[in-house]
Design a protein around this ligand. Structure first.
Ligand SMILES: [Fe+2]
Length: 204
């Protein structure tokens, strides 16, 4: 069945997910280094990938270990989206009992989100974790299963919450069709160098 706000793309092999779970279970996600500053997402925690649209390129050892553990997964996703490149990504974490505010993914300076496809790969979750979209009558809620890759409608008003007892961890990527890259670089020329740099960092 096709849904308006989310859709299953594929299921990943355990060998792609298990090493990430192992790294993520060792982490204290309440540590301030994982805090995020966007007003509507403040309840969340993250490690942001060093992709072209990012706010930082500095990583400590824990960040690096977790990001490295996701490389085989990224390569697999890349094989599913051959004509795309990722311009932003994060390990997105929701602590137990927390929720984001209702929002659309937007950037005030230049809304590159409009050009992107957003995907979620749940790594660690529990039955009380939901992604939710605001409808005129109620909400559209889904519990996303670990190890399943989802297309996610980031352009409609949505939130996420974790009413469980353990942190929820998703790999979240913004994929840009290659033919839109030139368009984006025209508006944000600095992304060109950042792209080269981000490839070097992630594969170094
Ligand atoms: Fe969002």
């Amino acid at each position: 069945m096709r849904h308006y706000n989310y859709n299953i793309i594929a299921k990943a092999d355990h060998s792609l997910i298990d090493p990430i779970i192992k790294e993520c279970l060792n982490v204290d996600w309440t540590h301030p280094s994982f805090e995020r500053h966007e007003e509507v997402l403040k309840a969340g925690r993250m490690i942001e990938y060093p992709f072209p649209v990012t706010t930082r390129y500095v990583f400590n050892e824990i960040d690096r270990r977790i990001l490295d553990s996701t490389i085989p997964l990224l390569n697999w996703i890349k094989s599913l989206f051959e004509d795309h490149l990722w311009i932003r990504g994060e390990i997105g974490v929701l602590l137990p009992g927390s929720s984001l505010k209702w929002h659309r993914d937007k950037n005030p300076a230049f809304n590159w989100h409009e050009l992107c496809t957003k995907i979620h790969m749940p790594i660690i979750t529990n039955p009380s974790c939901f992604e939710s979209w605001l409808l005129e009558t109620g909400t559209d809620d889904v519990h996303m299963e670990a190890g399943t890759l989802y297309w996610f409608n980031h352009k409609e008003v949505h939130t996420a919450y974790n009413n469980g007892e353990f942190p929820r961890v998703h790999v979240i990527l913004s994929l840009l069709p290659e033919n839109r890259w030139t368009e984006l670089v025209e508006v944000m020329p600095r992304l060109k160098n950042r792209f080269v740099y981000s490839q070097q960092i992630i594969y170094s």
